[in-house]
Design a protein around this ligand. Structure first.
Ligand code: 5GP
Length: 210
């Protein structure tokens, strides 16, 4: 039997490198399924429909909300972002560990609906690195960068709500660390009750001299 899939939420400040980390992690291990969100934000150069995001008009996004097609959604710097429900449910059922790369309001809603979800927060070792990365990316205007930095200040207030902090200093190390956190999660007793019950049964019959 396939082991039960775990729902993993990855949040982090804009510019912390979540996207790169997720690409590496999913490329290295087949057990992960990365959820693709819907958004009303404009595609950045190089971003692909259905791979980076499902790019939606505001009307289409609001229709998805009404139809209950999203597990959670939030507004971030003037745009909607949300997690399509069907993919997540299907992947979890098939035993994949599903990763949601979402911001903090979404993370809170996931925690309410899936109390066993693992919440990771990715940061750089200091704020200077973040600012430099955002500027270097060159895809956002000065004004949007300022708004994203302001949003990072607000999100930093909520870090205590997460289970693990991961510092993205060296990419390889960071990816290995996240994988090891997830593997440890799979070793929790609650995910291993089938084996536990089997061994219990066997012990019972041995103790009766069978
Ligand atoms: P970006 O515009 O940089 O791609 O994403 C902006 C923020 O929205 C990031 O913090 C990202 O994690 C978050 N985000 C992306 N998809 C979703 C989603 O489906 N739901 C929520 N709540 N946040 C999301």
């Amino acid at each position: 039997m396939a082991r039960e899939g775990i729902l993993i939420v990855v949040s982090g400040f804009s510019g912390a490198g979540k996207g790169t980390i997720m690409k590496e992690l999913t490329g290295r291990h087949e057990q992960y399924a990365l959820s693709v969100s819907a958004t009303t934000r404009e595609a950045r150069p190089g971003e692909k429909e259905g791979k980076d995001y499902f790019f939606k008009s505001r009307e289409d996004f609001e229709r998805m909300i009404e139809e209950g097609a999203l597990i959670e959604y939030a507004r971030y710097v003037g745009n909607y972002y949300g997690t399509p429900k069907a993919y997540v449910e299907e992947m979890l059922l098939s035993g994949k560990d599903v990763i949601l790369e979402i911001e903090i309001q979404g993370a809170r809603k996931i925690r309410e609906q899936f109390p066993n979800a693992v919440l990771l927060f990715v940061t750089t070792k200091d704020a200077q690195v973040l600012r430099e990365r955002l500027k270097k990316r060159g895809t956002e205007s000065r004004e949007v960068i300022q708004k994203r930095l302001l949003r990072a200040v607000q999100e930093s207030e909520g870090i205590e709500e997460y289970d693990y902090l991961v510092v993205n200093d060296e990419l390889n190390a960071c990816v290995a660390e996240i994988h090891s956190i997830i593997e440890s999660e799979h070793r929790k007793i609650r995910y291993n009750m089938e084996l536990v019950n089997r061994v219990r049964e066997e012990l019972r019959s041995f103790s009766k001299g069978e």
